[in-house]
Ligand binder design. Structure first.
Ligand code: OFO
Length: 173
């Protein structure tokens, strides 16, 4: 059973994950437009992962016999100054998501909702990886600076990222 507050916050998180997906899809579209196909691939994989994050919560709500409430997804930005700008914005967004997940855990603890607390542990761990990936790429982009060859090498590397689905259609891992 999900408490009213917990359910509301989980529904809110579905929306935030959908926005994450939308934001990274926008970054993928921008990368494609400026000819950075590897960055476009990296962000498209990120988009797919975010859709899975949303679906994990969607199924969790369903499995509790509750109805998911879908809300409007905010329009993401369309123009970015540079690859570094995209990754700095990605990191800021992921830090916002980390805080949101931590707030959900706080609510689960307050409500003595052990099942939801355990469910959220996957997201807590995932956020460490998300922020670490972004920090790593930001460091490399700063080292590359204005070096076009360095940027193309990183673009080639980011082009090798592959999406590995983790969820079945029923939301099981
Ligand atoms: Fe990027 O981890 Fe979900 O939002």
């Amino acid at each position: 059973m999900l408490g009213k507050k917990m359910l509301g916050e989980l529904n809110g998180q579905v929306n935030k994950e959908m926005y994450s997906a939308y934001l990274y899809m926008a970054m993928s579209a921008h990368s494609e437009y400026v000819g950075l196909k590897g960055f476009a691939n990296w962000f498209m994989v990120q988009y797919k992962e975010e859709m899975e994050h949303a679906m994990r919560i969607y199924h969790y709500i369903n499995n509790h016999g509750e109805q998911v409430k879908l809300m409007a997804i905010e329009e993401p930005p369309m123009v970015f100054e540079s690859p570094l700008d995209m990754f700095e914005k990605t990191l800021v967004h992921e830090q916002f998501i980390t805080k949101s997940i931590n707030d959900l855990v706080d609510t689960a603890i307050e409500e003595k909702d052990h099942a939801t607390k355990i469910f959220l542990e996957w997201f807590v761990t995932e956020q460490i990886e998300e922020e670490s990936n972004d920090n790593d790429i930001i460091t490399r982009l700063k080292l590359i600076g204005d070096n076009g060859n360095g940027l193309l090498m990183l673009d080639r590397e980011l082009g090798t990222r592959v999406f590995v689905p983790q969820l079945t259609s029923g939301g099981q891992t």
